[in-house]
Design a protein around this ligand. Structure first.
Ligand SMILES: [Zn+2]
Length: 388
């Protein structure tokens, strides 16, 4: 007999304990973690916002490491075009809710972990309730609206936040502990809708998300396992193209709207437009012209206006195109008020939104379909680095 008075149960408990130690052995033998750190991980609860590219890598490593509870918040379903970067999901998961697919995959990887599905998108009504149940927030969302919502809620609830973003060959990462600044201290306001390309427009290399999502898992594990130096006070910029990390010092801004000395944001905010996603104005009704038609307009002397930010324009542009930026006013545009303009951007999504807006303001404007990529691919006049 033993202390349980039940030999069978005692054997089961012992087998479970042995398997637990065996599973985490390679990290338990790290003296900086040890058994105490492993117990802290088992008792921890982490929320992964978004079961997309970043969330995939983060959630897999968090589950593998034995974090006790992992919440997954997402309202999307798995699509074939997700799979090159969202490695939580498989081909057979296409059409399923990402939270359900994630739960199955994480349970298969580590049945010791409790996975909680939060089906749907976080908004001002639910974000505080959902996030309140977790110790650390890992934000892998792919929109500015969600990023600001999650940041503000983390500040309001005094939760540590590990936030990251990816685009093309680049990624950025920041870690915030309560009282040490927030995303808004670095980027006070989201950019206007439609002015920032998203992955669907600009593309992304899937493995870049793996680097950033894994780094988010590392930072979250450090916070929960009470080890190492969290990457706070820095904006980490990963340049996959050149294989470099760059660190930029950041600090809490006493004038920050949410974590500053006199905050003006005291509750979560829903942004109307999901910035980083093509604005609704880019939908039906936005006038578009083909490359051939745009070339004909150029020969007729119709001015071209480039609606990208200055840095993008500086890298390369159509020689005669005038830089007007993402939010031009009618008076900034070349030509007379009744003259037409051709709006251009990299892929024709942002320019369609701007053209539609100018049209609604009474200025005749069209957008180059397929954008500068299509223009340059056709071998038409170009100055600077060719768009990719
Ligand atoms: Zn702040």
């Amino acid at each position: 007999m033993n202390e349980h008075g039940n030999p069978q149960r005692a054997e089961t408990d012992q087998a479970r304990a042995e398997s637990h130690v065996a599973r985490y052995h390679r990290q338990i033998i790290l003296p900086e973690l040890g058994l105490a750190g492993q117990r802290a991980l088992s008792a921890s609860r982490v929320l992964v916002v978004g079961a997309g590219a970043l969330g995939s890598a983060a959630a897999l490593y968090l589950a593998a490491a034995g974090v006790g509870t992992i919440g997954i918040a997402d309202g999307d379903r798995v699509d074939l075009s997700n799979l090159h970067r969202q490695v939580l999901h498989g081909t057979s998961d296409i059409g399923r809710l990402k939270t359900a697919s994630a739960k199955d995959r994480l349970a298969a990887l580590n049945p010791e972990v409790r996975v909680v599905e939060h089906v749907g998108y976080l908004n001002s009504d639910n974000v505080l309730d959902v996030m309140a149940g977790y110790d650390v927030i890992v934000d892998g969302s792919d929109s500015f609206a969600a990023r600001y919502l999650v940041n503000d809620a983390a500040v309001l609830l005094a939760k540590p936040l590990v936030t990251a973003a990816i685009l093309r060959f680049e990624g950025q990462l920041m870690v915030f502990r309560p009282g040490e600044g927030c995303y808004r201290c670095v980027f006070p306001e989201p950019p206007p809708a439609g002015t920032v390309p998203n992955c669907a427009e600009a593309g992304v290399l899937g493995a870049v998300a793996g680097v950033l999502g894994s780094t988010q898992a590392v930072e979250a594990l450090k916070l929960m396992g009470r080890m190492g130096e969290p990457a706070v006070g820095r904006l980490g910029l990963y340049d996959a193209w050149r294989g470099r990390w760059q660190q930029v010092q950041v600090a809490r801004d006493p004038a920050c709207a949410v974590c500053g000395d006199h905050p003006t944001i005291t509750g979560p905010i829903d942004y109307d437009a999901w910035c980083g996603v093509p604005a609704p104005a880019a939908g039906p009704g936005a006038p578009e012209v083909s490359v051939a038609e745009a070339e004909r307009l150029m020969h007729q002397g119709v001015p071209f206006v480039d609606v990208r930010p200055e840095a993008e324009y500086a890298r390369g542009h159509i020689p005669s195109a005038v830089l007007v930026g993402p939010d031009p006013s009618a008076t900034q545009l070349p030509g007379t008020a009744d003259a037409a303009v051709v709006c251009v951007c990299l892929q024709g999504v942002r320019s369609a939104a701007v053209a539609a807006r100018l049209e609604s303001q009474g200025r005749s404007a069209v957008s180059l379909a397929g954008g500068l990529l299509a223009w340059a691919q056709a071998g038409l006049p170009w100055e600077g680095q060719l768009p990719t």
